[in-house]
Design a protein around this ligand. Structure first.
Ligand code: GLC
Length: 631
């Protein structure tokens, strides 16, 4: 039994409140192993005690206001520290720019020690307690998180929990034959069991890293590697893996991380005869992690990286009584958005928006247009089938359009993991290049340039209209283009995700590049309006509206009886006519951007146009009747 004699009241209360459930869950996975559970309990107290008082203060504030991340006040940005600032101190010295962007939630891409050339963009961690030397030290990270907190910015970091790098100490020992270390991974003497696994396990990187196992010639063993061969899957069936990894998470939380991005979380439990994704045990583990953070560092949020079809995503929120993740990626809306750019048909996106709107308001999504990964075409093909749309042909069309191979398309994306067996390629590229800005600048075509800028802005307006936390991919706020230099780097050329992982173009900010400034300023206007108006909070109701145009998406947001926002987005490069209000209520709606009132019955949206019509409070009634009397 653990020794609680030294515990303080706060820890005791939090712990006692949750211990029964933790114990029950722990034993359901690992049997009645009191020794292992006591080890974990002692670690929880240790990390709680070493937590800085400033972080504990934040914990208490957030415990009192557990909905702190659910409103309309957060604006996120994700970035690679090296691309943005060179290293962690460089990011620190550029915090003013991040503040100028209005950002108060900063996701730093993986920055822990990982072997050069075999790092999967930092997702192959060799040491969870060491920063990549070229980026700095743990002290630098702590200084950065402290500066961020002082500036009101929360910091997110990846917790790469499914696997370690083959350079991690456990992996090195396992290679040398240490059986305890081997039991932390999935090791096999021959291919019998791996081959059985392969029958039901899909591939994550079918062309860049086919198969789910790797032969280790030096020790004559097969090891499970769902992602790259140098990323060895951890065996969470071993309680020491869970204990040690949880300790690593608490260690990072104590460095000042506010949001833990649980990387590739659906994959963490493996079972023969299954697809090894989203198994019930995954939810047990996430629930335990939630309980542990609520005891040790309750200010910390769990963000689940669940890049799966919608029915698989939502269960990661858990239930009201037993919550799991606080935030999840809204991957389907992201993919459906790019689908709509290619098809100019909002049908699927409208359906997707309706589905999200139907979920409990407490479910917080992280919304985004682009991130460091590819765009996978996980769309609702069962629904599309009724229109005669075939999955393989449709994906081919989307990829053709967004790579600019389709006649008339100015998109400049590149394929990612083109799998001819399944006809399933994914897509890379920055927002600006996908919207046609790169082609427009290359061709020096002013009309195309205008169209591309309009497209970029419309997409962001749509992003900011969604409930949840909008996260901008660093560089998108100034229209950063694709970066082709990765093709010359042997460590990167096989992975086209580097196309949208270019160095931040500081010269565009410093020289005030007119296009960049136009995008930046327009985004700031939207972001400020979003933060100012409660109608954008997660508590608002959301519905889609019929607009009379296949290319115009209409979103209604409402709070109470008399606060309404009617938003419209033209997803085509043609002017579109759309339906507005059918009666004289229309004139009560004023576009937040232009200040113009809505026209009755119908209006026009310019190519890639957008509107945010906010209903004016009834107090404006007086002026309305004056106008009517004089009319
Ligand atoms: C996540 C990351 C991706 C990485 C993978 C393996 O999906 O977003 O970039 O390749 O995990 O860790």
């Amino acid at each position: 039994m653990f020794d609680e004699s030294g515990w303080n009241k706060e820890f005791k209360e939090r712990f006692n409140h949750r211990y029964d459930e933790l114990k029950w869950l722990y034993f359901s996975l690992y049997g009645e192993d009191y020794q292992a559970l006591d080890w974990l309990t002692a670690a929880m107290w240790d990390y709680y005690s070493e937590r800085k008082s400033s972080l504990k203060k934040l914990d208490r504030q957030r415990e009192k206001n557990p909905d702190w991340y659910k409103g309309n006040g957060l604006l996120g940005m994700m970035m690679y520290s090296n691309l943005f600032g060179g290293n962690l101190q460089g990011v620190r010295s550029r915090l003013d720019y991040i503040k100028d962007c209005g950002v108060n939630y900063l996701h730093l891409m993986p920055l822990l020690d990982s072997p050069k050339g075999k790092d999967d963009g930092g997702y192959a961690v060799a040491d969870f307690r060491k920063v990549k030397p070229e980026l700095g030290t743990m002290k630098d990270l702590e200084e950065l998180t402290e500066d961020c907190h002082n500036a009101g910015i929360s910091v997110a970091l990846d917790f790469v929990m499914n696997h370690t790098s083959e350079e991690h100490i456990w992996a090195k020992l396992a290679r040398q034959g240490d059986m305890a270390a081997r039991s932390r991974y999935f090791f096999y003497d021959n291919w019998d069991i791996p081959n059985q696994f392969e029958r039901t396990m899909p591939e994550v990187f079918p062309t860049t890293a086919p198969g789910n196992f790797t032969w280790l010639d030096d020790c004559k063993q097969v090891v499970m590697t769902t992602f790259y061969p140098y990323q060895w899957d951890l065996n969470y069936g071993n309680c020491m893996v869970f204990n040690d990894m949880t300790a690593n998470m608490m260690y990072l939380a104590n460095r000042g991380i506010d949001v833990m991005r649980l990387d590739a979380v659906p994959y963490i439990w493996k079972q023969l005869g299954t697809n090894c994704r989203n198994l019930p045990q995954v939810h047990t583990i996430v629930r335990m992690m939630r309980i542990i953070t609520e005891v040790v560092c309750p200010g910390v949020l769990l963000l689940g990286e669940v890049v799966m079809e919608p029915s698989k995503v939502v269960p990661y929120f858990g239930t009201v009584e037993k919550p799991e993740c606080h935030i999840l990626y809204n991957v389907t809306t992201m993919a459906s958005t790019w689908n709509t750019i290619a098809t100019r048909d909002v049908g699927l996106l409208k359906r997707q928006a309706d589905q999200v709107a139907g979920l409990p308001k407490d479910y917080v999504f992280q919304n985004y247009l682009r991130c460091h990964d590819d765009i996978g075409w996980g769309l609702d093909y069962d629904w599309l089938k009724q229109f005669g749309i075939d999955q393989v042909a449709h994906k081919k069309y989307l990829n053709d359009y967004l790579t600019g191979r389709w006649y008339g398309s100015d998109s400049r994306g590149e394929l990612y993991n083109d799998d001819p067996k399944l006809g399933d390629a994914r897509l890379c590229g920055t927002t600006a290049s996908l919207c046609g800005l790169e082609a427009a600048l290359y061709e020096k075509d002013k009309a195309k340039e205008e169209k591309a800028i309009a497209c970029i802005l419309m997409l962001h307006a749509w992003l900011f209209t969604q409930s949840g936390i909008p996260v901008i991919y660093s560089g998108d706020e100034i229209g950063q283009l694709n970066d082709y230099t990765y093709k010359k780097d042997p460590e990167k050329w096989a992975d086209s995700r580097y196309l949208h992982r270019g160095k931040f173009p500081w010269e565009k900010v410093e020289k005030k590049d007119p296009i960049s400034m136009r995008i930046f300023n327009a985004l700031r206007v939207m972001e400020k309006l979003r933060a100012e108006h409660a109608i954008f909070s997660g508590q608002a109701g959301v519905e889609t509206m019929e607009t009379g145009s296949r290319s115009v998406l209409g979103i209604l947001r409402y709070l109470g009886m008399d606060q309404h926002l009617r938003a419209y987005f033209n997803f085509s490069e043609q002017t579109q006519h759309f339906w507005t209000m059918p009666d004289d209520e229309a004139e009560r709606y004023v576009d937040l951007f232009s200040g113009k009132t809505m026209k009755e019955l119908g209006d026009q949206l310019e190519p890639y146009g957008y509107r945010w019509y906010l209903e004016q409070p009834k107090a404006a009634e007086g002026s309305r009747s004056v106008r009517q009397m004089t009319a």
